[in-house]
Every structure is written in structure tokens, then in C-alpha cells.
Design a protein around this ligand. Sequence first.
Ligand code: ADP
Length: 371
Amino acid sequence: MLKAENKLNCKQESYLLNALLDASEDAIYFKDTESRFTRVNPFMARMFGCASPDQMVGKTDFDFFTDEHAREAYEDEQRIIKTGEPIHAKVEKETWPDGSITWASSSKMPVRDETGNIVGIVGISRVITERIEAEQEREELMRELVRSNEELEQFAYAVSHDLHEPVRKVKSFGELLQQHSQDSLDEKGLRFLEYLVDGSNRIQEMIEDILSYSRINRKGNSFEDCDLESIVERAKSSLELAIRESNASIVTSPLPSMKVDANQLERCFLNILSNAIKFKSEDSPKIEIWAEEQADNWAFFIRDNGIGIDEKFYKKIFEIFQRLHSRSEYPGSGIGLAITKRIIERHKGEINAVSNEGAGSTFSFTISKHL
Ligand code: ADP
């Protein structure tokens, strides 16, 4: 019987070692200074297709793996034996003679005798094939996603670009027809013509919107050090008339300077501020802007006292052409926040919207400090 308080004798040590080797679901092995197996645990023997651990004693990696992998392992082990430097959790690709591939995370360290001489190595190898294959599959899916997104984007760009001219023609000939047929067409005919011109105007706007959406990544400027307060000031001066007409107040706390694409950031503030004014409640708009520093980002907040947003639409409003109201209630095309989101993503950040408990909404976005 083992007693915790007593120093273990050699025999007891060997019980423990045997129990550990038998129980392990990792491959554990000892090798001599020539990298020949001197002992392996049962799990490893099973993995290597041997009926018992003894069958592996005296053999080397060259008896089991392809030369390429066996040579790399041999060189690692000879270096450990020479320098005493261990290897921790090295990810190894193991190619077997039948062509199959497994992956292992291997740690190896020197075994020393009582005088401190290195007499071999001990290795522990964990099979991580499933994890590595899942990672490879995920990486392949990501590459595929990026590729198909790029294709889709090029397609959207090409289609919108090529639609420009025919739509312009429909619109201008429709307008010409309106001018020339005031007398020849009856009321119904003139109304149909009006729908046609309206519709082509709308298509033209949507094409412009899609083009400006896809220009964000294609035509962005480089990131330069900018003072965010002056960017907000520029956005505010573009909104001067709307601010005056709605009697809006915009209070801005100190904002940092950081690397951004100034024109794009101005557009973000312009979109969010103009929405804060447009979607106002009965009170005049009260808007606050402030920034908070985080480890890798700056976070910016824009709070309004407007009509607020239903929680189920928090994500939807950032999708292209998604609006929660009809154009007759509130004018707009539903592109502003999609463009804003895209700009923020180009700045390695995220954007969110929440409704305030009382009333109104808070938009927040982050911008990476490492652009
Ligand atoms: P647009 O303003 O042209 O409709 P946006 O993409 O800017 O398009 O906004 C999408 C929708 O999100 C708006 O139609 C509106 O329903 C909602 N929204 C955006 N900002 C606000 C806000 N500050 N308060 C309430 N609703 C908002």
C-alpha cells in the first residue's frame, strides 16, 4: 500500500510509472540516444498498429513513417540529446506509408541518469488530427467566402455600372416625351408617363447607392492622423440647415486624434447625425457625442432623443436598402447605415445601435488604433 507521507522507493515509482503509461490516452515513449524506442505505452502501440508495446522496442520512426517525417523527428531528438533543450507542443504532420496523414502535438525532453548525463529522450504526443482538419476546413471556407464575396461585389459593381446608361436613356426620353405629349396624351397616359419617369429616377438613385457602397473598399483613401473633433465639425456644417430648421442641439465631448480615412469618417458622422435629426420625436433633437478609450480601439457614441428603434431591428437597419418606415413618412433610401457599417469595418471596427430606455437611440462604433 502506498503512503503519501513516505518517500517512494524504486519499486513503487515503477508501479506509478506503469499505471500512468497504461492509463494515458496520449502516446508516451522513451528513446535511447540513437532515437530507438526503448519503451512505449499501450496507447501508442495501438496507434502504430502493433499488437503489444514490446513490438516497438528497438525500432525507430523510420520503421513507421515516411522518410521525410522520420528525418525531421530524428533531427529534433538528436538536437535535444546534444543541447538538452526540450521541445514543447510542436505541431507535427505525420505521413504514414499508406499515404494517410495525422497531426500530433509533441513535446520531447531529455532523460538524464543520476550523474546528469543525457541517456535518451522522453516524448508525449497528443493526436490533434480532428482539430487541425477542422481548422483547415474553416480556413478553406473563409477563403471561399472571401472569393465569392469579391466575385459578388465585382458583379454588383459591373451590373450597376452598365445599367447607368440605359436607365439614363429611359429617364431622359421619358422626360422628353412628357414635354412633347402634354396635348396628345390623355390624363391616364400622362399619369403612366409620370410613373415611368419616377421609377427610372428611383432606379438611378439605387444604382448610385450601390456604386457608392462598393466604392468604399475600392476607392478609400489611406488612413491619416486626424482630429475627430474637426471631422464632426465638418459633418455638422453640412447639416447646418437641418440643424437650424429642427432646432437641434449637438453637444460634443472631447474626441481623440487617430488614424482614419477622414472623408469616410465624416460620412459616418453625417449619416448618423442626419438620422438623429430626421427620426426626431416631438421634442427638438438633443444629440450627444462622446468617445471612450479601449485597449485596442476608440469607441464613439452618438445618443439622440428621437423615435427610437425596436430591438428586433437593431441589426436589420445596417443592411442595404432596409428601412423601417415608408418613404412618404420619412424620406431616404436605406443606404446610409449600410455605408456607415462598411466604412467602420474598413477601419477594423464594429457598429451597433440600441434604443435608450427612456426614448431615442444610441449608435456606437469602434475604430482600431492599429490601422
Ligand atoms: P435612411 O435614413 O435613408 O432610411 P439608413 O440606412 O440611414 O437609411 O437607416 C435605416 C433605417 O434605420 C431608417 O430608415 C430608420 O428606420 C432607422 N434609423 C436610423 N437611424 C435612426 C435613429 N437615429 N432613430 C430611429 N431610427 C433610425
